[in-house]
Write a protein that binds this ligand. Structure first.
Ligand SMILES: NC(=O)c1ccc[n+]([C@@H]2O[C@H](COP(=O)([O-])OP(=O)(O)OC[C@H]3O[C@@H](n4cnc5c(N)ncnc54)[C@H](OP(=O)(O)O)[C@@H]3O)[C@@H](O)[C@H]2O)c1
Length: 248
């Protein structure tokens, strides 16, 4: 444990690092956490979007920092983890919301270069962040919320080959983490939301209209669920949650 971590031992406010924090679900998660008394770090590729989220979190009383990065870049992820611990002295939670899909998502139209991109973002990305932060999670008895998908829970025919495969694999990532790291107090949740009305839908082959989006989950609905997991007592693990819009 480094000096910053030791100095953080007396720090009362918990710290969550959110990937995909510049938009949609990740942004809503960061703001809900800020409102609940957490400090936040947000990561994604668009620096301006992250700064906007950090400013909005600060308005809700949080200490907040924007850490632009591509989750596919393991060195950048490791450097961001160092920056979080240097700034806050502790890290209590990860919410891994950075994700990617593609309009060409069927076996008969997909491109393998894009398949690899989806795997690198949706599967290797979350693994890299957990790998970098594991010492901090052990120190804090931390919690990891992996924003997976309904397609990671059961077959969703429209979700896509690469997307469904990566989201399903996140269930294994969570289970191995819980199996191996539970003895160190680390807890992880495989969170599987159905349709959420965010910009992510623009990646569909047929983009839903406003009427379709009106019956979907909102980013705030998912953030509320995430906050429930974040605020669960240290001896409680929420292994998996499936959250769906009632009307589909
Ligand atoms: N919308 C849905 O219907 C739905 C349903 C179930 C699950 N999900 C999951 O929810 C998560 C959040 O999506 P959302 O719906 O909130 O849509 P969103 O607003 O588009 O969020 C996706 C986020 O991922 C970030 N991101 C993408 N590639 C990245 C990369 N290589 N490195 C770092 N950040 C990256 C994006 O930021 P930058 O572009 O700035 O990098 C963006 O903030 C995703 O994992 C998605 O699979 C969505």
């Amino acid at each position: 444990m480094d000096t910053a971590s030791r100095s953080g031992a007396a720090r009362a406010r918990k710290v969550v690092w959110v990937t995909g924090g510049g938009s949609g679900t990740g942004r809503a998660v960061a703001l809900a956490a800020a409102a609940a008394g957490w400090d936040v770090a947000v990561s994604g590729r668009r620096a301006a979007a992250l700064e906007e989220t950090a400013a909005a979190a600060a308005e809700r009383g949080a200490a907040a920092m924007a850490l632009p990065l591509d989750v596919q870049d393991g060195s950048a992820v490791a450097a961001a983890r160092t920056a979080v611990v240097e700034r806050f002295g502790r890290l209590d939670a990860l919410v891994l919301a950075a994700g990617l899909n593609t309009p060409r998502r069927r076996w008969d139209d997909q491109e393998m270069a894009v398949f690899r991109d989806v795997v690198a973002t949706n599967l290797t990305g979350p693994a890299s962040v957990v790998d970098a932060a594991l010492p901090d999670l052990r120190a804090s008895g931390g919690v990891v919320v992996v924003i997976s998908s309904y397609s990671g829970w059961t077959l969703s025919p429209g979700a896509g080959v690469a997307y469904s495969a990566t989201k399903t694999a996140l269930g294994s990532l969570v289970r191995t983490l819980n199996d191996q790291e539970g003895r160190h107090g680390v807890r992880a949740c495989h969170l599987c939301p159905g349709d959420i009305a965010t910009d992510f839908l623009d990646q569909r082959p047929e983009v839903p209209d406003a009427a379709a989006r009106a019956s979907m989950l909102t980013a705030d609905d998912v953030a509320r669920t995430v906050q429930f997991v974040l605020d669960s007592p240290p001896h409680v693990r929420v292994d998996e949650l499936v959250v769906s819009p009632v009307r589909r």
